[in-house]
Design a protein around this ligand. Structure first.
Ligand SMILES: [Cu+2]
Length: 143
């Protein structure tokens, strides 16, 4: 993501943030049991992904951990235009147009959103262009 939009939109109007937060709380309360989780570990300049079958339209949490001693980036266009929540260091940021998250050595983060786009979703590290990985999303009919 060298040309993407704002990576994380820290500055939002308070009203948008609180409405979004309420919406998220509502969603979390309803669907805490059905969240699908993807685990991504960054090690030796590679993305190692653990995922089960991912269904569209379900709340999804991508946990990313940087096990390397250098800074990495988990960036993707899969969040484009989708309300996305990023939790890092106990701080939750919410926005649209999120491009991804930077991770310092040994840092982790959780990205939550609703999967809505089928197919292969690529993610990359903008700091190290050779690093990339992908998720495969199946449509509901294919499950
Ligand atoms: Cu990297």
């Amino acid at each position: 993501m060298t040309t993407g939009g704002n990576r994380v939109q820290w500055h939002r109007s308070g009203m948008v943030v609180s409405m979004a937060f309420l919406a998220w709380m509502y969603g979390a309360a309803l669907q805490a049991q059905s969240e699908q989780v993807v685990e991504v570990t960054i090690k030796d300049y590679r993305f190692v992904t653990k995922q089960s079958t991912l269904r569209l339209g379900f709340p999804t949490a991508i946990t990313v951990r940087n096990d390397d001693a250098v800074r990495h980036d988990f960036g993707s266009t899969m969040f484009e235009g989708i309300p996305t929540q990023i939790e890092k260091d106990g701080v939750i940021v919410y926005g649209r147009g999120v491009g991804g998250v930077f991770l310092d050595p040994k840092q982790d983060a959780t990205i939550r959103f609703d999967m809505t786009r089928p197919g292969r979703q690529v993610f990359r590290c903008s700091i190290h262009p050779t690093m990339s990985g992908e998720l495969l999303l199946l449509s509901a009919e294919a499950v």
